[in-house]
Design a protein around this ligand. Sequence first.
Ligand code: NAP
Length: 279
Amino acid sequence: MPRLAVIGHPVAHTRSPGMQTAALAELGLAGEWTYGAIDVEPRNFEVEVAELAAAGDYAGVNVTLPHKEAALAIADEASAGARAIGAANTLTFSDGRIAAANTDAGGVLRSLPAGIGGGRALVFGAGGAARAAIWALAHGGEGAPDEDGAPTRVPPFQVDVWNRTAARAAAVAAELGGRPVADPVAADYALLVNTTSVGLHGEDPFALLPLAAAELHPSQVVFDIVYGPQPSALLAAAEAAGATTVDGLEMLVQQGAISLRIWTGEEPSLEAMRTGARR
Ligand code: NAP
């Protein structure tokens, strides 16, 4: 029976097991596949993952904070996205070998509404989540399936990057395909993406990010990848302004769906995953 799990530290509050188990059940694989959670301290990560890969009963794992860079480092092979971003959240084990992928990047693109792309995007943040978002938006790629289930493509955006620590924005933008900005005019962008941790504990985005609620408007998409209490203050203001909103749970679902597709070869039900993640 192939096993799957999410590895993190801490991992107790993860929504991934509920979400992935719901998807496996909907695919009719619940009797064959299991998805759990394993708390691994950073100093034990390499040894424990090597043991899981060698043992043969695990098909793969998701990897979350603080192990995403270590997950890439331990892999025998890695996708182009994982290598460019410098981190992996999905490991696949086969014959003792470890393959790494970064499905956060694809998760960003598949969370976007149909038809968007090619315009200007502003990313707030320069941490790990920002790296995946900037690379994905600057390169484009597979979007959410259309109404008939056919794949769609998101064209590359022109990506501007703002970060509290400006030097990090400059470094990350240069590396991943964006342009650093110090004083952006939020109203000018088709897409705003908050990848900072602002909002996770109720912080005010309009006090901490270069953004006023009055700048938000109906032809924008506002994406807040933080998944604290929903809707976040940013998304509540965006919705009030008539903008299209995307929340962090949708990204969690989309990145998880890509991981499950890598391991099982099946396209999971997003609806089942949304229900499982929100439970
Ligand atoms: P990280 O690497 O620690 O980066 C944190 C970012 O937030 C940095 O850009 C930091 O700016 C900024 N920041 C922190 N406090 C700030 C403040 N008071 N004002 C302005 N900027 C502030 O973290 P991460 O891994 O990128 O994760 C960021 C968030 O994304 C977390 O809330 C995480 O849960 C969420 N996330 C969600 C998903 C999903 O699937 N939905 C996936 C991954 C991550 P400085 O550089 O100036 O410190």
